[in-house]
Design a protein around this ligand. Structure first.
Ligand SMILES: Nc1ncnc2c1ncn2[C@@H]1O[C@H](COP(=O)(O)OP(=O)(O)OP(=O)(O)O)[C@@H](O)[C@H]1O
Ligand code: SF4
Ligand SMILES: [Mg+2]
Length: 314
């Protein structure tokens, strides 16, 4: 059996009184062991909503369509978008897919130490583990924590330490796929480097990592593919050097120019309202290449190594 996660036309809509938020639109992707995919894009473009959809963490006003098929030898083949919460809790979360959430502090239980929470997850996910304490210490070390760090309560942890506890929690069950949502936020440079090295080690050991990040330099260092998201859609995907140094989409070109070492020039204009997307290309209002055919929505065809959703690529 091929171990993979295949997203096919995944869309997420939020129903609000009098409006619908098109948070994610028609995202198709494939992830396999040994791959690290970095998902990048401006704030609010749908990265966290996409990750939440895969693990069944969306609120009740969300409508999801498309499919996200998880297949591996560790459990039944499932469409994550239609699986029940019980199926996700007992066969997916932490076991086949680990999540480092974007706001880890809010996912930790306030009245128990990090160690108590980590050892509890060790006992739940690895019931045959002879020494949960040792296991907790070793997985914490991989996330850059000392055994002493684990003796703190969540309110005593800095943002960076809470981030690392969340990473350790996600690693405990040795899931083949790790989804890490902004895992380097609040970390010093050397801790960022340590965490990226850990991700590379995981990938070399046959895991897959979906790294959601604003840090293009980190994405370039650790990922073998970068996917760029804009207004809920994937607009470019390919090898990091190719996407960042030779972008095809005008938005990706603009993102590159906004890097501190490449001119620090922000992309002019603002992303569109997700409640009121333009009918054609959603980047058209900000695009200096716009032409009449851009009134048709461009589609990302993923049959090439470097794919671009644009009628007139750079
Ligand atoms: N429950 C909800 N109801 C309505 N809209 C929502 C809901 N949750 C998220 N959104 C909207 O969906 C869009 C995508 O949000 P998301 O959190 O995925 O962005 P993001 O790319 O992760 O941003 P950031 O980089 O800041 O973390 C945003 O416009 C957000 O306001
Ligand atoms: S499809 Fe047209 S408007 Fe959209 S990014 Fe390409 S050139 Fe610009
Ligand atoms: Mg987010």
């Amino acid at each position: 059996m091929v171990t993979e996660l295949v997203l096919d036309q995944v869309s997420v809509r939020f129903a609000l009184p009098g409006a619908t938020v098109a948070a994610v639109s028609d995202v198709s992707l494939r992830l396999r062991p040994g791959q690290c995919l970095a998902l990048v894009g401006e704030s609010g473009c749908g990265k966290t909503v996409l990750a939440s959809a895969l693990l069944g963490f969306l609120p009740g006003n969300a409508q999801v369509s498309g499919s996200a098929t998880l297949s591996d030898e560790h459990g039944p083949t499932l469409d994550l978008l239609t699986a029940t919460d019980r199926q996700l809790a007992t066969t997916v979360r932490g076991r086949r897919i680990g999540l480092v959430p974007q706001s880890p502090a809010s996912h930790l239980t306030p009245v128990r130490t990090a160690r108590a929470q980590l050892e509890e997850v060790v006992r739940a996910l690895r019931p045959t583990e002879a020494n949960p304490r040792e296991r907790a210490d070793s997985v914490a070390a991989r996330a850059g924590l000392t055994p002493q760090d684990l003796d703190h309560y969540p309110h005593e942890l800095s943002g960076g330490m809470a981030q690392r506890v969340a990473t350790a929690l996600a690693l405990v069950g040795e899931p083949w796929l790790l989804i890490a949502d902004e895992p380097t936020t609040g970390l010093d440079r050397h801790l960022v480097d340590g965490l990226l090295d850990e991700f590379r080690r995981l990938v070399a050991d046959g895991h897959a990592v979906l790294l959601i990040t604003h840090d293009l330099a980190a994405a370039q260092r650790v990922a073998d593919r970068i996917a760029v998201m804009y207004a809920g859609q994937l607009i470019e995907i390919g090898p990091p050097d190719s996407v960042l140094d030779d972008p095809g989409h005008p938005y990706t070109r603009g993102l590159g120019r906004s890097l501190p070492d490449r001119g620090f020039t922000p992309v002019p204009g603002m992303p569109p309202l997700l409640t009121d997307l333009p009918p054609g290309c959603s980047f058209a209002p900000r695009c200096d290449h716009v032409a009449p055919d851009c009134a048709r929505r461009p589609v990302l065809t993923t049959d090439t190594e470097h794919a671009v959703a644009c009628h007139r690529p750079c």
